[in-house]
Design a protein around this ligand. Structure first.
Ligand code: NAD
Length: 351
């Protein structure tokens, strides 16, 4: 099993080091190789996705990524900024399906800003399309009109086949869960998502056991706060999924708890925490590494088909929480505040 390890920027190196520690502790045959991406890629090779990093990722079975981005790169030309490296690697590896579970651990029910009875037992899987939509559509750019005024343009675009393949991923996941999908769109206003809805309905015919419902994105944003437990699998496009999955993450108390997987057609995947590089706390050894450790568990499950070790890692995380270990972002009175590296040690000890 060959894994490309791309720590990236900010807290990336700190949290990835903990996940690597946990993978080593499993005592399975893994070949890990590190390479720079994002700001680190720009510093090393003048490119947020250096050619050598892309080559390593292409030759590996899976990619474990920390996070990219730092405010100090905000003035660089857009194609040299760290985030562009991330968009490009997703596109180059054809990682079109982003899986983001939002799962509330009972020990953290009080860390959510919502009432415990609203979120207790929450277990949502958000399936977000990742390589299309307004983030990639052409034309795009900022132009100057004849009257001298500037105009910004982005294009929302989805082809039928792009919608169909993400629909199949979502329906397959629903089959393994509670057989319930909510497809989120804005079909009342946007033609792109009118097509989205039509294709979802067509694909649903191939999965008669799965119950498909539809919801407009504005309502979905509201319902996620009002009654989040009504959702099981949510499937949506790139931009809506970006926003809704961050919203869902806060239901669970901390964005530092949430893993993600981005898969291609053959289950090759890139695994990364749902949060960013948190430059405000970088280098202090206080970040929460659990999202990254849980991303490594998803890697074992989805790319390496190793359910046993995936569950071992997830159980070790639960045990560390049950034993009272908390990083600062999830700390509450009466629990034991630990550093990022100590949380990694606690998970290894639980293993
Ligand atoms: P962010 O997710 O980095 O941080 C938001 C807040 O959450 C911050 O207060 C941060 O301290 C906290 N936080 C995030 N992860 C944490 C963790 N593991 N433990 C404890 N606290 C944590 O989002 P942002 O501040 O909007 O963006 C910062 C940088 O990250 C920007 O350059 C942005 O472009 C980039 N970014 C990268 C990714 C990615 O690599 N996938 C995603 C989002 C943002």
């Amino acid at each position: 099993m060959k894994i490309a390890v791309l720590p990236g920027d900010g807290i990336g190196p700190e949290i990835v080091a903990q996940a690597v520690k946990v993978l080593h502790a499993l005592n399975i045959n893994l070949e890990l190789q590190e390479a720079p991406i994002g700001g680190a890629g720009y510093e090393a090779a003048g490119d947020p996705l250096p050619a050598a990093t892309l080559k390593l990722a292409q030759e590996s079975d899976a990619v474990l990524l920390g996070a990219v981005g730092d405010w100090k790169y905000d003035t660089l030309p857009r194609d040299q900024r760290p985030e562009r490296g991330l968009l490009r690697i997703r596109k180059e590896l054809n990682l079109f399906a982003n899986l983001r579970p939002a799962l509330l651990y009972p020990e953290l029910a009080s860390a959510s800003t919502l009432k415990p009875e609203v979120v207790a037992g929450l277990d949502i899987m958000i399936v977000r399309e990742l390589t299309g939509d307004i983030y990639f559509g052409q034309p795009r750019g900022i132009t100057t009109l004849e009257n001298g005024e500037r105009e910004g343009i982005n294009t929302m675009r989805y082809s039928e086949s792009e919608i169909r393949r993400i629909a199949h991923v979502a329906f397959s996941i629903a089959m393994k869960r509670n057989k319930k999908i909510c497809s989120v769109d804005k079909a009342n206003v946007l033609e792109t998502t009118e097509l989205w809805r039509q294709v979802m309905i067509e694909v649903a015919k191939e999965y008669p056991e799965v119950e498909l419902s539809h919801m407009y994105v504005d309502n979905a944003a509201m319902q996620l706060i009002r009654a989040p437990k009504q959702f099981d699998v949510m499937v949506t496009g790139n931009i809506f999924g970006d926003i809704l999955s961050d919203e869902a993450s806060m239901l669970t108390g901390s964005i530092g708890m949430l893993p993600s997987a981005s898969l291609d057609q053959h289950n090759k995947g890139m695994y990364e925490p749902s949060h960013g590089s948190a430059p405000d706390i970088a280098g202090k050894d206080i970040a929460n590494p659990l999202a990254t450790i849980l991303s490594a568990a998803m890697m074992l499950r989805y790319t390496f088909n190793d359910e046993v070790n995936a569950v071992r890692v997830e159980d070790a995380v639960k045990k560390a929480l049950a034993d009272g270990y908390r990083t600062a972002d999830i700390w509450t009175e009466g629990t034991r505040k630990v550093k990022c590296s100590e949380m990694g040690d606690a998970v290894v000890a639980a293993l």
